[in-house]
Design a protein around this ligand. Structure first.
Ligand code: T1G
Length: 721
């Protein structure tokens, strides 16, 4: 075993009987990326592999515990100013991997951990790929999630290797694949246990030299002939993909279309043309505002991953190995379903066995979904469900570390269960409430240990919505907040910590938006027009559809609590109140603003609801601009108030909370990024105009007026989340 003789920054080279084992370990970084230093070092190593006849083969392996290569260094995108700059960056990546692909000796990629973006493109340029059968080993091209496209050959090499349909699915959905699936599609040649990865890789390298093992040949057989190499088949696949992307992105995200063009160019006009088009489109996409916003959100969410949620230094979260859940309803069961999947022992209580049984069935349904998708094995399925226990009393709560209360949104009910459970809980246990509107300090009034009361506000459906809002009450102890934050992250949530107040942050900005939509209908706007305008703005669903999904009664109850707290600008619309009074709770009551069939499937607008509105059946025209402006500006204004009132700690938390909590359009970056984009002066001017028309509802937040006067931004240029 000899050293490489090359000065090394991130790659340790060991020569083992003619096989160069290249171990990549970027110093001081938790993940490997293809940053400037690594690219330069790769150039030198490839040159060495070319010239040094004593080397017959090479193995590329990572020195990091849980990632192979996480792709290009996303930090390097921030200073990019022009499409030409970005195109150059892509071209240099393409040329580097082209020289790796053409190097004199076979190179085996030994993949353990995350192999993403440029990391997968590097592996695609190797002669042979081995992956470990480990949960952390995922392979993917997530570039379109950053508003860009694979820029180092991924749009050309991946379709060649796995075929067009599979390649498009990976590139357009950014879905990661695990080792077993990758073996099936031909993305990797072999799957081994992590303990023998290096050993097998070196052996395969020798076999490739001896010719007793053949490198991957890529997509062959009927399917490839039919789909990839047949222009008609190809055209059909690409057309279908374009339709799917249009439906999913509603045209707000240009990158998937650019990726499709790069793939198509390569298949239609040859890979040389394909690479040129890939680099050109990468350049074009990397400097779009959409990409800037998505890159910002990436760094905001990784920064939140590291944020302990408390400012006091040295505060340690308490371990949570057993969780108690009060209320086995939609939210309680949802929380239980994510907790058992993270290996937590869960004790779930409700008033009677029927309710507990219903909760069990809901948890089983969520976990079964993963079994059906082969994301877990039957054994894992059984083991996961075995972690869940049910009860109609407080037995089994004597040794829980954390209780999450998810009972009916009524202060008296919450006080009662708090008193009951506190009587059996161990001294150290944390009591968290999943209330969505009632101030934590108000709930803690009934507590014997108010310092151990905290808010953990999940969003429905819990297993899908990425955000957790942790709310600190006046008495909440820092290590209690830290425990709620740490446990939320363990559940895979993006966690923001907010200070106490009615509706906290997310609901406080949501209700002015929903109320304004209701008021537009009060004034005669058509429900489908209002919803379409906000979907066109970029929300996943419109505000009225959201009310029907959440439940009109729940929304109206919360709206009342907000109105009592903030009065005028939170006055609920007459239409919402009238619909709820008429028992129109939405999907759950199969009667709402929209029609629902006996299976609860949603249909068109239920025109009969208009009789309940002040304007009656007659509808009048409202432009999409007016609808968007009134609803979105009401939300932006309230977001600014939450920052000035200290409910949220930073614009970053405000952006992440809105995007991950209520689907504020990611391509706009979040409320504060969006205000910076439209210009705070413009916003204040338009709020003033709206406030003349609707006195009291659009009075600009003082913070906005101040920023408008100073011309400052919430996110100054070059600032980091
Ligand atoms: N570039 C720069 N920094 C990165 C990074 C990257 N690609 N990936 C991670 N980091 C930083 C992150 O900001 C954090 O920093 C730290 O590493 C740990 O991350 C040419 C153009 C790999 C699954 O989109 O998905 O390749 O906060 O907390 O939970 O076609 O990070 O500690 O200072 O997330 O263990 C495509 C992004 C790039 C993958 C690890 N690649 N990364 O998750 O740790 S574009 C991606 C991830 C590209 C090519 C194109 C995850 C991870 P800090 P972490 P983790």
């Amino acid at each position: 075993m000899t050293g490489g003789g090359l000065p090394s920054y991130a790659v340790r080279t060991e020569i083992q009987d003619g096989v160069a084992v290249l171990t990549l370990d970027v110093p001081g970084e938790p993940v490997n990326t293809l940053n400037r230093g690594v690219r330069d070092e790769f150039v030198a190593i490839i040159d060495r592999l070319e010239r040094d006849a004593s080397i017959e083969a090479a193995v590329l392996i990572s020195g990091k515990a849980e990632n192979f290569i996480a792709g290009a260094d996303i930090e390097e995108f921030l200073p990019l100013e022009t499409a030409a700059d970005a195109e150059r960056l892509s071209r240099s990546g393409q040329m580097l991997l082209d020289s790796l692909e053409r190097v004199r000796v076979p190179v085996v990629a030994a993949i353990h951990g995350a192999c993403l973006g440029g990391g997968l493109e590097t592996a695609l340029a190797c002669s042979y790929r081995i992956a470990t059968d480990h949960p952390k080993t995922v392979l993917g091209l997530p570039e379109v999630q950053l508003g860009i496209i694979p820029g180092a050959g991924g749009t050309q090499r991946l379709p060649q290797l796995v075929g067009l349909p599979e390649a498009l699915d990976m590139i357009l959905s950014s879905r990661n694949v695990r080792a077993k699936k990758a073996l099936k599609t031909g993305l990797v040649d072999e799957v081994v246990h992590p303990a023998i990865l290096r050993q097998i890789a070196v052996r395969r390298a020798r076999e490739l030299v001896r010719g007793t093992r053949r490198p991957s040949r890529g997509a062959t057989g009927a399917r490839a002939a039919l789909m990839d190499r047949n222009p008609l088949g190809r055209m059909l696949v690409l057309k279908k993909a374009r339709e799917t992307v249009q439906k999913r992105t509603k045209g707000h995200y240009p990158a998937p279309f650019a990726a499709l063009r790069a793939v198509e160019t390569g298949l239609a006009r040859g890979s040389a043309e394909g690479y040129r088009e890939e680099a050109r489109l990468f350049g074009e996409m990397a400097v779009t505002n959409v990409s800037r916003q998505l890159v910002y959100l990436f760094f905001a969410s990784t920064a939140l991953k590291k944020d302990p949620g408390v400012d006091e230094p040295g505060v340690k979260p308490r371990p949570v190995s057993k969780l108690g859940i009060l209320g086995a309803g939609f939210m309680g069961a949802g929380i239980a379903s994510v907790a058992v999947q993270q290996g937590t022992l869960v004790r779930m209580k409700d008033a009677d066995h029927a309710r507990v049984g219903k909760g069990f069935a809901a948890v089983r349904k969520v976990v079964e979904e993963r079994l059906k998708k082969r994301q877990i094995t039957r054994t894992q399925f059984e083991d996961t469900l075995a972690l869940l226990g049910g009860t109609v009393d407080y037995s089994g709560f004597g040794n829980v570390d954390l209780v999450i209360e998810a009972v009916f949104e009524d202060i008296n009910v919450k006080h009662q269960v708090l008193r009951e459970v506190e009587a059996v809980l161990p001294e150290h246990a944390v009591f968290a409430t999943n209330t969505s509107t009632i101030p934590i300090s108000r709930i803690a009034e009934a507590a014997a240990r108010p310092s151990q009361v905290v808010g953990m506000h999940f969003f429905s459906p819990v297993h899908k919505m990425p955000l957790l809002e942790v709310i600190t009450g006046e008495a909440t102890a820092p290590d209690v907040t830290a425990t709620a934050v740490a446990y939320g992250k363990k559940l895979g949530k993006t966690v923001i910590v907010v200070n106490d107040g009615p509706g906290f942050y997310v609901n406080r900005i949501l209700f002015p938006y929903i109320n304004e939509a209701g008021r537009l209908i009060d004034q005669g706007a058509a429900i489908h027009e209002v919803d379409r305008a906000l979907v066109d703005f970029g929300f996943p669903v419109g505000p009225i559809t959201l009310v029907d999904e959440v439940g009109g009664d729940v929304a109206s109850h919360a709206a009342r609590i907000m109105f009592d707290a903030f009065s005028d600008r939170f006055e609920p619309s007459k239409t919402l109140d009238a619909a709820v009074a008429a028992g129109r709770y939405g999907r759950k009551s199969k009667k709402g603003f929209y029609l629902y069939d006996e299976k609860g499937e949603k249909g068109g607008v239920d025109e009969s609801v208009y009789e309940l509105t002040p304007a009656g059946a007659a509808r009048s025209e409202f432009s999409a601009d007016e609808i968007q402006q009134r609803c979105v500006f009401a939300m932006l204004n309230e977001a600014a108030r939450c920052l000035e009132d200290g409910i949220i700690r930073s614009p970053r938390d405000g952006d992440a909370g809105a995007v991950f909590g209520i689907g504020f359009p990611p391509f706009r970056g979040g409320p504060f990024r969006y205000i910076d984009t439209i210009g705070v002066e413009i916003l204040v001017q338009q709020l003033d105009e709206l406030n003349v028309r609707f006195p009291g509802r659009f009075q600009p937040a003082e913070l906005l007026s101040r920023l408008a006067r100073s011309g400052a931004k919430f996110h100054p240029a070059g600032s980091r989340p």
